[in-house]
Design a protein around this ligand. Structure first.
Ligand SMILES: [Zn+2]
Length: 459
């Protein structure tokens, strides 16, 4: 069921401002021909009644089923698309070992287009079913397979940002999986950008290209310089990893004599459309620099538990005014669900605040800084916050924003939400949804007003 050119009478939640949830009770949402929200009318407005009956008479009024609540679709700010086949495995070694033992061999397989098709088809289908309406993807070094990922996102209707991974450093990338030269890394990136911009079915710009140096250790300075120039020239998004683990952070300090953020800035890779995954070890001056550049962090709490040995101070970053989105980091994080990522963000923030060493008395165990977030901040970061970080008009129900949304069915027998009190409403209900919802509760998924997935999909 496409919702273009309709009025939707809806209840649900969104969080345009961090920390505050707006409960939507029977609001009218007008969705235009291009899938953008044209108007949002609240029941206390004078015009509400007239507009509602007019839409009803014209036969363009849609209503949500009982027990159905609308949420903005999730914005997953960090996904390695080719790592989906190892989701939930290969979690036993540190990052630098994990890359060479498991991940580079897996990504190298994407030279084979039929393998790529199988993996990317399943991934995009599964992410949409999980309510991820926007995904920021790392692909592989391969031109053909990366183009295929963009094609698949377009054909399944997922909003996506797709990057050909650039990695040309002969010391840190294996011979079997590496760009042949800095020029190959830069020209391959440029070719993908051209392909996506000229794509015949991408007229609405649903899929965007991303300049994607894997991380500083994987790139030569010549490649970083060229990609920085390209970013300035084309104004495209940029994504990479930043200060993820002790090893990675230390490597960049040794090689460049400065932190990841400072070094990326030097290459022209830190700007309003930059998304830096992890960023666990940002210094105060890194944070200051990122704020000035309006660059964003993709916080990946589950992955960090396995590969970072640290917790990103999300609350401090939000209080400082940094742009932050949330990421699953498939497959460093062994879950494809942004509900899980939201819950993990809450959980690790509590542990960061209290500390975890039972040998220490409570006062010594605690970090001494307020670090906890609750479901409200997590919901914001997973939706409107990530959208703002990517500078995309999604993540909230307001005029001018695309209608990217999910319908939560709180009564779905195959779901995991169990309501014990029918009167449960407002914030309490949203908390219940954030903590207990799963794929079985996601009845419908829309991107730009088009229905693209869900257990009750009718498209
Ligand atoms: Zn990553």
């Amino acid at each position: 069921m496409t919702l273009r050119n309709t009025w939707l009478l809806a209840r649900g939640f969104h969080a345009p401002v961090c920390g505050a949830v707006e409960v939507l009770e029977d609001v009218l949402i007008a969705i235009g021909a291009g899938g953008f929200i044209a108007d949002v009318v609240y029941p206390n407005e004078e015009r509400f009644g007239a507009l509602k009956s007019e839409a009803e008479q014209q036969g363009i009024l849609e209503k949500l089923p009982d027990g159905g609540y609308l949420l903005p679709g999730f914005v997953d700010c960090h996904v390695h698309a080719p790592q989906y086949p190892q989701l939930g495995s290969a979690l036993d070694v540190p990052l630098e070992v994990w890359l060479h033992r498991y991940t580079f061999p897996l990504e190298a397989r994407f030279a084979d287009l039929s393998y790529a098709r199988r993996a990317y088809d399943l991934l995009v289908t599964d992410l949409l079913s999980n309510g991820t309406t926007t995904a920021l993807y790392f692909a592989t070094i391969h031109q053909e397979a990366t183009r295929l990922l963009a094609d698949i996102c377009l054909s399944k209707g997922q909003r996506a940002l797709v990057g050909k991974v650039a990695m040309d450093h002969p010391e840190n990338c294996p011979d079997y999986y590496r760009d042949a030269s800095p020029e190959a890394a830069i020209e391959g990136t440029r070719a993908l950008i051209d392909y996506i911009f000229a794509h015949p079915v991408n007229g609405e710009g649903l899929v965007k290209p991303v300049i994607t140096p894997r991380f500083i250790p994987a790139c030569t300075d010549a490649a970083l310089e060229g990609l920085g120039r390209l970013a300035q020239e084309c104004g495209c998004h940029v994504q990479t990893h930043c200060s993820e683990s002790d090893w990675e952070h230390g490597y960049v300090l040794d090689r460049h004599g400065m932190t990841d953020a400072a070094s990326l800035d030097r290459f022209g890779l830190l700007g309003r459309k930059t998304m830096l995954a992890h960023s666990n070890f940002l210094t105060p001056s890194d944070m200051e620099l990122m704020k000035v550049r309006e660059a964003a962090v993709a916080h990946c709490p589950l992955s960090n538990a396995f590969f970072a040995g640290a917790v990103f101070p999300l609350r401090a970053a939000l209080e400082k005014g940094l742009h932050v989105g949330l990421g699953t980091d498939i497959s460093g994080g062994p879950s494809a669900s942004m509900f899980e990522a939201s819950r993990n963000a809450i959980t690790v923030s509590r542990m960061l605040e209290t500390g975890v060493d039972p040998e220490k008395p409570a006062a010594e165990r605690a970090s001494g800084q307020p670090a906890r977030i609750d479901f409200r901040q997590a919901f914001h970061v997973a939706t409107a916050g990530g959208a703002k970080a990517l500078d995309l008009p999604v993540g909230q129900f307001a005029p001018g924003y695309a209608f990217d949304a999910i319908l939560i069915d709180c009564h779905a027998p195959g779901g995991t939400i169990r309501l014990w009190d029918e009167a449960e409403t407002g914030d309490d209900l949203l908390q219940r949804i954030i903590f207990t919802a799963s794929k079985g509760n996601i009845a419908k998924v829309w991107v730009a007003g088009r229905e693209v997935a869900g257990t009750h999909a009718t498209a």
